[in-house]
Design a protein around this ligand. Structure first.
Ligand code: ADP
Ligand code: MG
Length: 195
């Protein structure tokens, strides 16, 4: 469930400023894919944010994380992803490797994870699932998750070709975010080790 995430600085950009903003960033395209709107209903894609502050003003520990890592500004895909994801809307983000997609998805994930109304011990499994096609990407994502460690959120990586028991043990020790390759995830689901 998307929680009530707070965001400051929903920018009152004019349409011209917004178009220029996208042009200045390798001509980002932001197509609306929502097909199921009834007549007269409008799904407005929020304007992009331009600073960490605009997205995460109310989450000082995330702000400290940016500072700690020496980040100066959000990457283009983060500018567009954060207002959409913080609003709890669905988002597909496509951009070159190394453009910050991991944190684009992960940080709103942390916020929604913490904002759940159902207590952790009443949820049946990990709260966040990140699926990765390859083991290499899965471990990269987990590294990023740990580097940005936030409020003790625990991240476990499960993938094939590595010791299943070690991974199970980590899952049993507690897991908020699971990063998984599909084969190993299915295996753990089928054997009832994860929900
Ligand atoms: P992608 O998933 O798009 O391939 P990554 O998420 O792996 O890219 O990010 C590449 C690197 O950039 C990582 O080391 C990450 O910590 C760093 N990074 C992410 N966001 C920013 C930012 N706003 N400013 C500077 N570096 C960033
Ligand atoms: Mg990458």
């Amino acid at each position: 469930e998307a929680c009530q995430a707070k965001m400051h600085g929903w920018s009152n950009m004019s349409k011209e400023d917004r178009d220029q903003f996208f042009l200045d960033r390798q001509n980002i395209l932001v197509p609306e894919l929502m097909k199921s709107l009834s007549a007269g209903q409008q799904c407005r894609i929020p304007n992009p944010i331009q600073t960490f502050q605009q997205a995460f003003h109310d989450y000082p520990d995330l702000m400290r994380g940016f500072h700690r890592q020496g980040f100066t500004e959000p990457t283009p895909i983060q500018c567009m992803a954060w207002p959409i994801l913080m609003a709890g809307l669905d988002f597909i983000g496509i951009a070159q490797t190394g453009t910050g997609k991991t944190l684009a998805f992960l940080l709103p994930g942390f916020v929604h994870l913490e904002g759940q109304t159902k207590p952790r011990n009443q949820r049946r499994g990990p709260t966040v699932l990140i699926l990765s096609p390859t083991r290499e990407l899965a471990t990269q994502i987990q590294t990023e998750c740990e580097r940005f460690s936030y409020h003790g959120i625990r991240c476990v990586c499960v993938y094939g070709g590595a010791d299943r028991r070690t991974q199970l043990k980590k899952l049993e020790e507690g897991c908020d975010v699971v990063v998984a390759t599909p084969g190993r995830l299915n295996d753990l689901l089928d054997s009832g080790k994860i929900s």
